[in-house]
Each structure stands twice: as structure tokens, then as C-alpha cells.
Write a protein that binds this ligand. Structure first.
Ligand SMILES: NC(=O)c1ccc[n+]([C@@H]2O[C@H](COP(=O)([O-])OP(=O)(O)OC[C@H]3O[C@@H](n4cnc5c(N)ncnc54)[C@H](O)[C@@H]3O)[C@@H](O)[C@H]2O)c1
Length: 336
């Protein structure tokens, strides 16, 4: 399947990594960025299709790499290798590699072409599409970045064969989120089907939702906030847990209090099937503070996304205090 996003194509095709030459420019230098946890053969395969003078840069795996030092290192590598405005950057990795190298591409010579080949399920169903790139700064996630859409996104389900199960489930949580808000058929795959045997359908349906939302509201003025379902509380939990829980796991927990009780019950059954948590132990006050910090809106109320029945969402302005009560329903507090 090929999905048309805002000005670029997303190619979803089993084995497309082996045919990446059909989509990448062979007559230009490419900086292929990957990380130390991604099997090296993926970046090597991509390099084999790139023009003369292309090279691979392998950054350390993990969120900590989304920083100014590594960004600088990528820019210096391009400068030293004589990259011009004609040359390009290709990410081969998860959301960390994609966010960082997309941002590097956006600022080198005021912007050179960027291609993304996401290799985690989370990056395939979510972060590689929508044009957001960023690094973290002063302990704040994604605070320095740019909207910078790629030229193409290549999604090959085969690369998921090397991904640890916990990482796969982490990505399924984001896809489940899209089903919860916008597609009851996608939700149905999770509730009554076998998600592990339906990965391609899950990727396609998730990206159809994400591209539809982003096409209508790229800069997150309104509708795009639907993608934040489960993220308001989820981000607070993620910050407090300091890496102990993955992003998708925090979103899984964060979705529960935003559903009607009947839907929350159905959601919990699915989360259990996917080995995802539906509660955690944590410091409620710290989660609340992190959640408020993350909202950065300066408003008294927060626009939250609610799901009363799978496939349908609504926005509601809520008070921070009411969200604190919701946090208490999924976090077994350490300070109560
Ligand atoms: N730009 C956006 O719109 C957006 C949206 C959501 C998340 N994000 C960002 O995405 C990042 C998280 O992305 P992620 O979950 O992909 O994490 P990640 O990039 O850290 O990858 C997770 C781990 O999997 C390893 N890995 C990657 N592909 C593999 C493969 N095929 N086989 C084996 N191991 C593999 C990596 O080395 C890493 O250790 C965060 O920084 C988050 O802020 C961005």
C-alpha cells in the first residue's frame, strides 16, 4: 500500500528495505543514520543503494542520544564529508533516530532532503509520519525541533522480526490508541483477532488515521490533539518513571481513566493480552507536576481526549484537579 501524506509518500510493503533503491536517490551523497541497537545490516543494505561518498553514522541507542552533542556530530559529519544542499539524510531506526536525524536534515544548509526508514513498530505506526522532528533539551523532551516532513517513508514489516517483544507491544499500544479514538475496525482486530498476525493491517489502518489527522491539522491547532489520547496522563507517568516504563506502556495506562467504565473494562482485557500494564506504582504528586509542566499551555483548563465507545472520541476542557483524581485511579501512590 502507498499512502499519500502532505507532500510525500508512505510505502508500506513487506521486503521494501531490499528494494529501497527504487525510492532513494542513487546520484547523491546520503548520511545514513542508525543506532547501536538496530541490526547493522539494515543500514548497510540502505547504504548499498546510495550515491558515491555516502556514509553510515551509528549513534548510541536510547533516548539520551536526542541531544545537542549528537546533533552537532551529525552536522559535522556532513560538513566534513562535503555535503551540499543536493545531498540528503536517511534514518534507519526507531523514533530516536528518526527525530534526531530529521532535525539534523531540517537545519543543515537550511534544510536538505530527509528519508525515513522506521524499524520499530512505534516509529512505523506513529513517529515516522507527521513531520515532527526534535531533540530533548534541559531535561524536557522534544523541546527543540522543527516540522520537517520526509521525502518518503519506507515501512518494511520484515525488520520487526528482530525487535524484542516488549518493543513490539510498545508500538501496538500506539496503534490501539488510534483504534480507540478513530477506527472501531482497528479496535476489533485487537479485541477479537490476533494482533501479532495482523501487523500489516494494523500499520496500514494506523497510518491512514494519522495521515488523515495530520493532513487536516499539521501544526496541531485542533484536531491533531486527538493523537494525544492517553498521553496527557501518560506523559506525566513517563517522566516520573524515568525510563522504567516505555512510552507506549505509559500511554496504555493513561488511556484507561479517559474512557467510559464499560470501554475501560474492554481496554484492560486487551492490554492484558498484549502484556501491557493498566496501572503502575508511582508518586502521584510528581506525575501530576510533570503532566502540568508538559501541557505548557498556560491555561487554567486542559483539553483532554475522551473515548466513551471504541472508535469515537470527544474533546473536553477539564480542570487539572480532575485529572489528578484520574491519575489516582491508575497509579498506586507512594505518597498517599
Ligand atoms: N516525531 C513524532 O511524531 C514522535 C511520535 C512519537 C514518538 N516519538 C519519539 O520516538 C522515540 C521513541 O521511539 P521508539 O519507541 O522507536 O524508540 P527507539 O528509537 O529508542 O527504539 C527502541 C529500541 O529498539 C532498537 N531497535 C530499533 N529497531 C530495531 C529492530 N528492527 N530490531 C531490533 N532492535 C531495534 C533501538 O536500538 C532501541 O534500543 C522517542 O524519542 C519519542 O519522543 C516521536
Amino acid at each position: 500500500m502507498i499512502i499519500e501524506a502532505n507532500g510525500y509518500d508512505i510505502i508500506i510493503e513487506k521486503g521494501c528495505l531490499d528494494r529501497a533503491g527504487d525510492y532513494l536517490p542513487a546520484d547523491r551523497k546520503t548520511l545514513v543514520v542508525t543506532d547501536s541497537g538496530v541490526p547493522a545490516e539494515y543500514a548497510k543494505k540502505v547504504l548499498s543503494f546510495c550515491g558515491e561518498g555516502s556514509l553510515i553514522k551509528t549513534i548510541p541507542q536510547g533516548e539520551e542520544s536526542k541531544n545537542f552533542d549528537i546533533l552537532r556530530d551529525l552536522l559535522k559529519t556532513m560538513l566534513d564529508a562535503g555535503f551540499t544542499r543536493r545531498d540528503c539524510v536517511t534514518a534507519v531506526g526507531g523514533g530516536v533516530v528518526g527525530d534526531l536525524s530529521g532535525f539534523a536534515a531540517s537545519i543543515y544548509m537550511r534544510g536538505i532532503d530527509f528519508y525515513n526508514i522506521p524499524t520499530t513498530l512505534l516509529s512505523q505506526v506513529d513517529s515516522s509520519v507527521g513531520g515532527k522532528t526534535a531533540i530533548d533539551f534541559e531535561g524536557v523532551k522534544n523541546i527543540v525541533g522543527a516540522f520537517y516532513p520526509p521525502k518518503h517513508v519506507l515501512i518494511d514489516e520484515n525488520v520487526l522480526s528482530t525487535l524484542p517483544l516488549r518493543q513490539l507491544n510498545n508500538g501496538l499500544a500506539e496503534a490501539l490508541k488510534m483504534g480507540m479514538t478513530s477506527d472501531s475496525e482497528l479496535f476489533e482486530i485487537f479485541e477479537n483477532g490476533n494482533p501479532y498476525e495482523s501487523i500489516e493491517a494494523i500499520i496500514e489502518k494506523s497510518l491512514l488515521i494519522k495521515t488523515d489527522v495530520v493532513n487536516k491539522d499539521e501544526k496541531e491547532q485542533g484536531l491533531r490533539r486527538v493523537l494525544n489520547f492517553g498521553h496527557t496522563i501518560g506523559h506525566g507517568i513517563e517522566a516520573e518513571q524515568a525510563g522504567a516504563l516505555y512510552h507506549g506502556e505509559c500511554v496504555a495506562i493513561g488511556m484507561i481513566p479517559m474512557c467510559s467504565s464499560e470501554t475501560a473494562g474492554r481496554l484492560k482485557t486487551i492490554l492484558a493480552k498484549l502484556g501491557l500494564p493498566s496501572s503502575c506504582e508511582g508518586d502521584v504528586e510528581k506525575i501530576y507536576e510533570a503532566m502540568l509542566h508538559d501541557k505548557k499551555s498556560g491555561k487554567e483548563s486542559i483539553t483532554a481526549v475522551f473515548v466513551d465507545e471504541p472508535g469515537l472520541f470527544r474533546f473536553e476542557e477539564v480542570s487539572p484537579d480532575s485529572l489528578k483524581e484520574k491519575i489516582r485511579t491508575v497509579v498506586r501512590g507512594k505518597n498517599q
